[in-house]
Design a protein around this ligand. Structure first.
Ligand code: UD1
Length: 422
């Protein structure tokens, strides 16, 4: 397994391009299953999770061609010959469950393995199931697989209220409802930019959707969807992660393609901590010119609140802040696995349930650490970039799921970071 070696050093400077959003792309790709015509995605990120989704769609009979060095995905679901999403693929990536809604709507049936345990919590699928059942589907759990069937006349529009604004449940229900008969109104829908991006793509395919980006989405079902070309929205989590690089190491970095509206609540916290953010013609320029950052408290919430996917990276910043900060994780249980690893680097962190209290120290020290999940891995790299000495981050396959060419991108800013092939 590859590892990454980081040697802590001084201020960073330069520009860093932000890729298309992993989480948007992982829901846009299954949207191809809704139509017989081709769907092309541009600005796709080059990540192993995208390869896993390509493999899954391929196993269902869809064709996915990766063009222009992976930045363009040309997909066709003209001939689907399988409706079973196998455990061997689904267990690798929870987002595989996003084929359920589209397959059910287009083929009238779908068998999808339950993803199983995940390192950051239980992550059940009850909200997806409840929503699709409200559209008329019959869903049964057999041998670890969800067996879903649409009624003989196809799915029917319905009023659905989500008990929690789940991103994945909103996406599955939204995709299924585009081909249902009549109107679907989804209350307490998730409002993340990736949902807005999905709705934009579905509209380009002929779907009738209003209200995306608010908690009430209304979908008027249509008989069929057609082909389209869609540009994947900027990755707000990669953006936030790289905005933290100069915040932690000092210096000035311009994140190309960054926009405030993607990371509003996160920017408020950086501002509170004393980091300066400037909108430029090409993106967002972030700088920390002098002194230590101030400790700030953070609570993760659904969008537009502070994203759970930036909590680990924010904790890396707080490790060397002046004062004590309290980080509350409200979306996932068990999402502080980076805390003991940061502690190995000299951080002073106490975790009680969903709350982590970080007492800032002057400087972290390099150490061998273990990446436990995607965002935890990158938080260790950020921390290591400002630590004294050398840090070896092991198990970096997690990182390759969500960050393309991380060592090249950060290296171009002056960070001392290299990959050691296993
Ligand atoms: C998506 C993102 C993930 C992000 C998360 C929250 C993708 C591919 N992944 O994950 O990076 O961290 O949103 O912003 O887009 N829940 C239930 N029942 C359900 C569904 C969810 O109880 O049926 C719970 C989960 O256990 C979790 C919370 O709801 O505690 C949030 O989950 P959800 O918003 O569904 O996240 P994902 O779509 O899995």
């Amino acid at each position: 397994m590859d590892s990454i070696i980081v040697r802590g050093n001084g201020p960073l400077s330069g520009q860093i391009p932000i890729a298309g959003a992993k989480n948007a792309c992982l829901t846009l790709m299954p949207a191809t299953l809704l139509s017989e015509d081709p769907l092309t995605l541009t600005n796709a990120p080059r990540l192993s999770d995208i390869k896993t989704m390509t493999e899954l769609l391929g196993s269902l009979g869809a064709e996915v061609s990766s063009l222009q060095d992976g930045k363009v995905l040309a997909m066709s679901s003209h001939d689907l010959d399988n409706h079973v999403a196998d455990y061997d693929i689904v267990r690798k990536m929870r987002a595989s469950n996003l084929v359920l809604g589209p397959m059910l709507a287009r083929l009238g049936q779908a068998v999808v393995s339950l993803p199983g345990g995940c390192a950051i919590g239980a992550r059940p699928m009850d909200l997806h199931i409840h929503g699709l059942e409200a559209l008329g589907a019959e869903i049964e759990l057999k041998d670890g697989y969800l067996h879903a069937k649409a009624p003989s006349g196809g799915l029917k529009g319905a009023e659905i209220t989500l008990a929690f604004a789940s991103v994945g449940a909103t996406e599955n229900i939204l995709m299924a409802a585009t081909l249902a008969k009549g109107t679907t109104v989804l209350h307490n829908a998730a409002r993340e930019p990736e949902i807005v991006d999905l709705a934009k793509c579905l509209r380009a395919m002929g779907a009738q959707i209003e209200g995306d980006g608010t908690s009430r989405i209304e979908i008027q079902g249509v008989d069929r969807l057609h082909g389209a070309t869609h540009e994947v929205v900027t990755d707000r989590i990669e953006l936030g992660t790289y905005m933290l690089a100069p915040a932690i190491c000092g210096g000035e970095v311009e994140c190309l393609g960054g926009r405030i509206e993607l990371v509003g609540s996160f920017c408020e916290k950086l501002d509170e901590a004393g980091i300066s953010i400037e909108e430029t013609a090409r993106g967002l320029k972030v700088s920390r010119k002098n002194g230590r950052v101030k400790a700030v408290d953070v609570t993760t919430e659904p969008f537009p609140g502070f994203p759970t996917d930036l909590q680990a990276q924010m904790m890396a910043l707080m490790c060397t802040a002046e004062g004590t900060s309290v980080l509350e994780e409200k979306i996932f249980e068990n999402r502080f696995m980076h805390a003991p690893e940061l502690t190995r680097m000299g951080a002073n962190i106490e975790v009680h349930g969903g709350t982590a209290t970080v007492h800032g120290v002057e400087r972290l020290k390099g150490a061998p650490v273990m990446a436990t999940d995607l965002r935890a891995s990158v938080s260790l790299i950020l921390a290591a970039m400002a630590a004294e000495g050398e840090t070896i981050v092991n198990r970096v396959y997690h990182l390759d799921r969500g960050y393309e060419r991380v060592e090249e991108k950060l290296g171009a800013l002056g960070a001392h970071i290299e990959r050691v092939k296993a």
